[in-house]
Design a protein around this ligand. Structure first.
Ligand SMILES: [Zn+2]
Length: 503
C-alpha cells in the first residue's frame, strides 16, 4: 500500500507533469505561433482586395488582368525567398500552351436527300477540312469489337456516342480520342457520332460548343487530323432510313477549324526541405488564380466577375503558405502553385501534371484550394477529407483555430473530380480540395457562385484569417510528418497511387 507521504509526492509530481504537458493538450502545435505572426488580418485583406479588384477585370485566361495577377504572385514568391522550379520559363512561370479553336465556317453532311449543317444538327469537334463523296458504315459504338472485320477505308464511319457503360456527355468526350484513333488506324475518312443525351439536350450542347473552345495546344501542327463530328440523333427520316441500311452513301464537306494561340502561365515556386532525406519529397500546395473575366450579368451596372471566393481566397492561402513556410522551411520540400485556366477546364493544372517540373513520383501530396463560396464560418469543407490518411492533420489544424473540418456535403455533385486536384489524383497523388465552409449548395452559395457579386466587399475577413492559418498549419503538419500520407484503402485512385509510387 502507498504511504501518505508517497501519495502526496506522487500527486505533486503529477501536477508538475500536467503543467508541462498542458500546453500540448491545448494545442500548442509547433509552428502555430509562427503561423499566427506571419499571417495577419490586414495583409490577407489587402491581398484579397487586390486580386479580386475591378482593375484585374476578373482575371480571365488570355487577358491583361490575369497577367497582372501572375506578376503579383511571382514577385511575392521572390519576396518570400522561394526558388524557381527547375526547367521553368522566365523565373516563376510555366508557359501553358493554349489555343482557341473556332468552329469551321462551313460544315455539312448530306445523307439521302437531307442536309445536316454545322451549328444546327451538326457539330464538328475535331479534325482538318475535308470534302468527299463516299460510302457510310454504321458500327454500333465504334469500339474495337464493333469494328472487327469491317472495311472502313476512305469511308465515313457512323457510330453511337459513348458505350454501354459510358452514358453521359462527359464520358462521351472521354472516349473520343480512342474512337478517333481506332477509326484512323483502319483508314476511315471521318467519324460521325450520333449524339443523344437527356443530361445535356442538343440545343444546350450547341449553345455551349458552337463557339470558340479553349484547349491545350498539343503541337499537332500540319498533321491531318481525322474529322470527328457529332450529329443530333433524331427521328429524321433520312437518318432512320440510314440506320435501317437503306442509305449507304453520303457526302461530307467541312472547312478547317481555325486555331489561335492564347498566352497563359502557371506561377510556381518552391522551398527546399530541411531534412536530408525528406527534402526529396515534395508537398504541392496549389490554387487556381484565374476566373471568368468580364461579361453579361443580371446586374446592368456590373460586368466584372471579380472571383473573390473563386478563387482569390485560394490564391491568398497559397501566398500565405509561401510566406510562412518560406521563412520556416519544414522537413519536406514544398511546391507552391497558382494554376491558370481552371475555369476553362482545369487546363493549367492538367498541363503541369502532363509536363511536371518536379517528378510526380516525388510529389507526395497535393493540398489544393478551390471554392464556390461559403455559408458556414464555423467549418472548413474539405472535398476528399476522409479519402486520404492526412485526415487527422487536417482536422487537428482546423481545431487549433476553433473550426471543424467537414467532408464533402454534396458528393452527388462530383466536386472531387471537378477541380484542379483531380489532375493529380488521377495520376495517383493524394489530392483533396480544401474549401471554405459550406454545408450545402444553398442560396447563399449560388448568390455569389460565378456571379458579378463575388466581390471582396462582404467577405468575412476574420473567418478567412483563421482559414488561411489552418491551411498553413495543415500543410506544415503534412510536410513535417515522417509518415507519408496516402489514399485510404479502396479509394478509386489508390491503384493509380500504388502504380505511381511503385508500392
Ligand atoms: Zn474555382
Amino acid at each position: 500500500m502507498m504511504t501518505q507521504i508517497n501519495c502526496i509526492m506522487k500527486t505533486i509530481k503529477l501536477m508538475l507533469l500536467s503543467l508541462l504537458v498542458l500546453p500540448a493538450v491545448n494545442g500548442q502545435v509547433p509552428g502555430k505561433k509562427r503561423i499566427d505572426q506571419s499571417i495577419t488580418l490586414s495583409e490577407s485583406e489587402f491581398q484579397l482586395r487586390f486580386l479580386a479588384s475591378d482593375e484585374l477585370k476578373g482575371r480571365d485566361t488570355g487577358s491583361s488582368g490575369i497577367d497582372v495577377a501572375a506578376r503579383y504572385i511571382a514577385e511575392k514568391f521572390r519576396l518570400y525567398g522561394l526558388t524557381p522550379l527547375p526547367g521553368a520559363d522566365d523565373g516563376y512561370f510555366q508557359t501553358v500552351k493554349l489555343q482557341e479553336t473556332y468552329p469551321p465556317e462551313k460544315g455539312q453532311l448530306v445523307l439521302g436527300n437531307d442536309r445536316f449543317e454545322q451549328g444546327k444538327e451538326l457539330l464538328v469537334l475535331r479534325g482538318s477540312g475535308i470534302k468527299l463523296d463516299t460510302e457510310v458504315v454504321f458500327a454500333n459504338y465504334g469500339l474495337e469489337a464493333d469494328l472487327e472485320g469491317l472495311d472502313l477505308k476512305d469511308k465515313i464511319l457512323v457510330v453511337k456516342a459513348g458505350s454501354t457503360e459510358a452514358t453521359n456527355p462527359r464520358q462521351f468526350f472521354g472516349l473520343i480520342g480512342t474512337k478517333q484513333q481506332l477509326a484512323k488506324s483502319m483508314g476511315a475518312a471521318a467519324v460521325v457520332e450520333l449524339y443523344n443525351s437527356p443530361a445535356i439536350p442538343w440545343p444546350m450542347l450547341l449553345n455551349y460548343l458552337n463557339q470558340p473552345q479553349l484547349g491545350v495546344d498539343k503541337d499537332e501542327k500540319e498533321q491531318k487530323e481525322l474529322p470527328y463530328i457529332w450529329l443530333q440523333d433524331s427521328q429524321n427520316d433520312q437518318l432512320v432510313a440510314f440506320k435501317e441500311n437503306k442509305i449507304s452513301k453520303a457526302s461530307l464537306e467541312i472547312s478547317d477549324l481555325v486555331k489561335k494561340p492564347i498566352p497563359a502561365r502557371n506561377v510556381l515556386g518552391m522551398i527546399e526541405g530541411t531534412d536530408e532525406k525528406l527534402k526529396n519529397e515534395f508537398l504541392l500546395l496549389s490554387a487556381h488564380y484565374d476566373h471568368v473575366g468580364v461579361g453579361q450579368s443580371s446586374d446592368p451596372n456590373d460586368s466584372i466577375f471579380n472571383g473573390a471566393r473563386d478563387n482569390a481566397i485560394g490564391t491568398v492561402a497559397v501566398l500565405s503558405a509561401a510566406k510562412t513556410l518560406g521563412a520556416n522551411p519544414p522537413k519536406r520540400s514544398v511546391i507552391f502553385a497558382a494554376w491558370t485556366a481552371e475555369e476553362k477546364g482545369l487546363l493549367g493544372s492538367d498541363y503541369y501534371a502532363e509536363n511536371p517540373l518536379v517528378p510526380l513520383d516525388q510529389t507526395i501530396y497535393n493540398l489544393n484550394i478551390d471554392g464556390a463560396g461559403y455559408n458556414d464560418t464555423t467549418v472548413i469543407t474539405v472535398i476528399g477529407l476522409e479519402r486520404t490518411s492526412a485526415e487527422q492533420h487536417i482536422k487537428e489544424a482546423a481545431q487549433n483555430y476553433g473550426l471543424t473540418a467537414i467532408a464533402d456535403p454534396a458528393p452527388e455533385q462530383g466536386l472531387f473530380d471537378r477541380s484542379d486536384n483531380v489532375s493529380f489524383a488521377k495520376k495517383g497523388i493524394p489530392a483533396p480540395t480544401y474549401s471554405t465552409g459550406f454545408t450545402s449548395f444553398d442560396e447563399e452559395i449560388m448568390k455569389y457562385y460565378h456571379q458579378v457579386t463575388d466581390e471582396p466587399d462582404g467577405l468575412h475577413f476574420n473567418y478567412l484569417l483563421s482559414y488561411f492559418r489552418a491551411y498553413v498549419l495543415t500543410a506544415s503538419k503534412i510536410a513535417n510528418d515522417k509518415k507519408r500520407p496516402f489514399w485510404i484503402e479502396g479509394d478509386k485512385y489508390e491503384v493509380a497511387g500504388k502504380e505511381l509510387y511503385g508500392k
